[in-house]
Design a protein around this ligand. Sequence first.
Ligand SMILES: Nc1nc(=O)c2c([nH]1)NC[C@@H]1CN(c3ccc(C(=O)N[C@@H](CCC(=O)O)C(=O)O)cc3)C=[N+]21
Length: 298
Amino acid sequence: MADIIDGKAIAEDVVAKVKTQTATLAEHGVTPGLAVVIVGEDPASQVYVASKSRRAKECGFHSVQHSLPAETSEDALVALVEELNADPAIHGILVQLPLPGHIDEARIIQTIDPDKDVDGFHFINVGRLGTGALDSAFVPCTPAGAMLMLERVRGRDLSGLSAVVIGRSNIVGKPMANLLLAANATVTVAHSRTKDLPALAATADILVAAVGRPEMVRGDWVKPGATVIDVGINRIPAPEKGEGKTRLVGDVAFAEAKERAGAITPVPGGVGPMTIAMLMANTLTSAFRTAGLEPPAF
Ligand SMILES: Nc1nc(=O)c2c([nH]1)NC[C@@H]1CN(c3ccc(C(=O)N[C@@H](CCC(=O)O)C(=O)O)cc3)C=[N+]21
């Protein structure tokens, strides 16, 4: 039976370190500032944004939230981002995705100052990560959090280990593959066009599922003893809890996979809480850099 990697507990460790380091920065007269921008009223997005703002306040940050109506124009959003770019009290800018269909997401992301891009989505940060310039990059929060969880089991150096990442998104799959490569793993990125995915997955010492398909990865896809990182967060109907109720599941069939894995992350309580903790870590890092100080390692 697998060890369960407790994302909530590791996230608390990260946040504790952020709080301590925020106090250190205060001695230099600096308060980390995070601006979260949300456009439209998607209820799930509202919940995530609220917990980001709550965490930021808990860390002692200057935390601002901009909630804009769904019909906000692209130009108005660009103007807000430019205002935040120019605001010296703001070290991190997060524009919650997805944006309404009439707004060009790529244009918004590329408008964010790369040195305030705590999501790590700007071309400059993608390039920094891709070339191994990790001391100037912002690494996307979800894969950064996944790597810290993996480190608890496998250490920092993954030499000799094979990793299979299922999913090739810009926000998880691709940056995750780059981080695993930077840690010396032998990395394969699989996706919907991959031939015999179950057989490929079963070769992985480290299996990362980031596809957004509820419980797609079955128990027999898991190599015995493998470390399984489940990045999926899927809300599915749960009639057993009552009419109209839902529950969260990952991309991995947890009950099956935990019988074969050596260690596995749960959903909820796995990568999700780590994502928010790493957003705090990235914002802190940004404030240290702006102050000309060496940021702490996480
Ligand atoms: N620019 C941008 N950056 C993001 O990082 C970003 C985004 N847009 N858009 C939406 C996704 C989603 N996301 C989550 C963060 C935490 C949990 C989380 O803490 N989940 C809890 C459960 C929460 C619940 O009960 O719904 C858990 O897994 O235990 C989930 C999802 C960040 N995202």
